[in-house]
Ligand binder design. Structure first.
Ligand code: ATP
Ligand code: MG
Length: 363
């Protein structure tokens, strides 16, 4: 068990390939913490730095207030599940799980009971004599997890452990991981490029992009109050709609002006309106559709309809832009028809066009 503190961490490969720039994170003891970001953003590098498999370019790492960044991996008491499971192909499941205990030179009967306990927890007791190649992807995944948890490490690092599984198995393994975490109560740092996985798995999520932590908070806060446009673009599927606009004041009222004739009124509360050039963002589920013209609705043409069973997405073409709206499965509009749309006023997002920062106050 350990609290992990990353202070001012940077990593530069070679002369000038900067991958991480001044990362600061505090991961609580026993927390299941997720780091999410697009492919190549440095997630594995960050885990390798925590594990001691890579050297820091600058910064400090503490486990329970003890500085560990100068320690070799073996001294940090960290277990890592790698992006590829990295099982020993010639050893059977029992020996794969037992391996870290054999290195520690534990007595035989202790090893046996520990491996059996972990195998039971992960429901792989029936496969202990099989070789990895005789297992499915999901079973191999569990063996890799078993090998990591068998020795009760201080810190548990998981690098996209579900990336090789099919969609259905991923969802069920997510739930199992959550349950496993509640049983073993070890600090877990989980890395994924899948934003839905990150949001569903953990209490807190950090978004890593462009070498920096863009936001670190509870999933619902990140979803509802993205700190900048990068986070707003990355979190949520389908993606938030964005429009370029300008904040204008008319007769003591505030509006977003999209083009010479289209305005949308803004509430005066909660935003910094001093910045005039903006991106206006709205999630598909916060776009409202209507068949008839209403006040503050815009007129567009249906471009595409995607029924998904429980909901339908409608793409509307408006002023040369595509606007995605989420609606109910009984949507009866047809492509090429004119339709009207508006925005849920409480759910709009405004970003500084230059910096991408949210104009929301108190973020
Ligand atoms: N040992 C290395 N030497 C040089 N560059 C490296 C090294 N390891 C990683 N990189 C570079 O650092 C960047 C981040 O790589 P990293 O593997 O950490 O990304 P990632 O977020 O884990 O990506 P993915 O989601 O694809 O696994 C990449 O541009 C990669 O090419
Ligand atoms: Mg990686």
């Amino acid at each position: 068990m350990a609290e992990i503190i990353l202070r001012n961490i940077s990593k530069i490969f070679g002369k000038d390939n900067q991958v991480l720039d001044n990362i600061n994170l505090e991961i609580k003891d026993q927390e299941l913490f997720t780091i999410v970001g697009p492919s190549g953003c440095g997630k594995s590098t960050l885990l390798n730095l925590i594990a001691g498999l890579e050297d820091l370019s600058s910064g400090e790492i503490f486990f329970d207030k003890v500085k560990v960044d100068h320690l070799p991996p073996a001294k940090r008491d960290v277990a890592m599940v790698f992006q590829s499971y990295a099982l020993y192909p010639h050893k059977d499941v029992f020996e794969n799980i037992a391996f870290p205990l054999r290195i520690k030179k534990l007595p035989k009967d202790k090893i046996k009971s520990k491996v059996q306990k972990v195998a039971k927890m992960l429901e792989i007791e029936d496969f202990l004599q099989r070789k990895p190649k005789e297992l499915s992807g999901g079973q191999r995944q569990r063996v890799a997890l078993g090998r990591a948890i068998v020795r009760k490490p201080k810190v548990f690092l998981l690098d996209e452990p579900l990336s090789n599984l099919d969609a259905k198995l991923r969802v069920s393994m997510r739930a199992e991981l959550k349950k496993l975490h509640s049983e073993i109560k070890t600090t877990m740092v989980y890395v994924t490029h899948d934003q839905a996985e990150a949001m569903s798995l953990s209490e807190r999520v950090a978004i890593l992009c462009d070498e920096k932590i863009q936001q670190c908070d509870k999933p619902e806060v990140i979803y509802n109050y993205p700190k900048n446009k990068i986070v707003a673009e990355f979190i949520g599927s389908p993606q938030m709609n964005f429009f370029e606009g300008e904040i204008v004041e008319k007769d003591d009222e505030l509006f977003v002006q999209f083009n010479p004739f289209d305005f949308f009124s803004l509430q005066k509360k909660g935003f910094n309106y001093l910045i005039k050039e903006i991106f206006f963002g709205i999630r598909p589920e916060d776009v409202i559709l209507s068949q008839k013209e209403e006040k503050r609705f815009f007129k567009g043409k249906i471009f595409a309809i995607e029924p998904l069973g429980d909901r339908t997405y409608v793409d509307i073409l408006w002023e040369g832009k595509r606007v995605k709206a989420q609606t109910t499965s009984d949507f009866w509009g047809k492509t090429e028809e004119f339709f009207y749309f508006s925005f849920e006023p409480q759910k709009i997002h405004l970003f500084d066009k230059k910096t991408g920062d949210s104009l929301r106050e108190n973020l």
